[in-house]
Design a binder for this molecule. Sequence first.
Ligand code: AMP
Length: 139
Amino acid sequence: MPAAYDPQNIFAKILRGEMPCCKVYEDDVALAFMDIMPRAEGHTLVIPRTPARGLLDMPEDALGPYMLRVRKVAAAVKKAMQADGLTIQQFNESAGGQVVFHLHFHIQPRWEGVALKPPGAMGDKAALEANAAKIRAAI
Ligand code: AMP
């Protein structure tokens, strides 16, 4: 039996405006905001408004529109951060590395020869805001 969607997860609270986020983009389909523990400068998360735990729970009719937003934000992140490439990650269930159980894609800008930072370090708030402003301007 797959686990149920928990409407008290942190991203659901962000969607409802009950928790703050450093917003990059939003429309009727998706919300994008800065990852508070960035593994690269400009590390952005894109979440659907649809309450889905992971990729396999996402209704088919909602998936296409959501993926268009993932790509739209990814293009803006790459442009704004003047990145050479992108790493796009999406984890499913604890065994797959998922920690927050609301579907999300990580958009991580990459530069030749620059490794991802190790996970778990909080980002500097001013730097998150500055990167978010750059990405917003590139959308
Ligand atoms: P995962 O479920 O493994 O993809 O990890 C969840 C991601 O969400 C991690 O990269 C966290 O740094 C990030 N995260 C957790 N809480 C917040 C929050 N309140 N605002 C922004 N990012 C968050």
